[in-house]
Design a protein around this ligand. Structure first.
Ligand SMILES: [Zn+2]
Length: 114
């Protein structure tokens, strides 16, 4: 399960952050998830609940998920467009020479200590 691996990595990162900053509890974690990253947010929340029990520092934490809209760049007409709506073909010029600018990432935006 893809989500489990990401949450495992996230829990480790948070454990480390807590240790480095001498935090005893983490309150709110804001995670940005790209629209086309393929992450199922529902599974993600389940995985989070699983790890919360196993990481004391995360016991009372809340996970907030934010979506990063996917944007594609067209190399042909030098414009950007919504990836989800148009896919790999540029809606302005019909070119297929397009690149995903953002929307495939999964990043920690904010960590709040208790
Ligand atoms: Zn174009």
């Amino acid at each position: 399960m893809h989500e489990m691996g990401i949450v495992l990595h996230l829990a480790k990162t948070l454990d480390q952050t807590a240790e480095e900053n001498k935090l005893t509890a983490i309150g709110r974690v804001v995670l940005q998830v790209g629209e086309v990253s393929g992450i199922m947010t529902e599974l993600f929340t389940d995985a989070w609940d699983y790890f919360k029990v196993r990481h004391p520092v995360l016991k009372d934490s809340t996970l907030v998920l934010e979506t990063i809209p996917a944007v594609t760049w067209c190399d042909h007409c030098k414009q950007t467009y919504e990836t989800v709506k148009y896919g790999k073909t540029c809606p302005y010029c019909g070119s297929g020479e397009t690149w995903l600018l953002r929307g495939n990432e999964c990043v920690i935006k904010e960590i709040e200590a208790e």
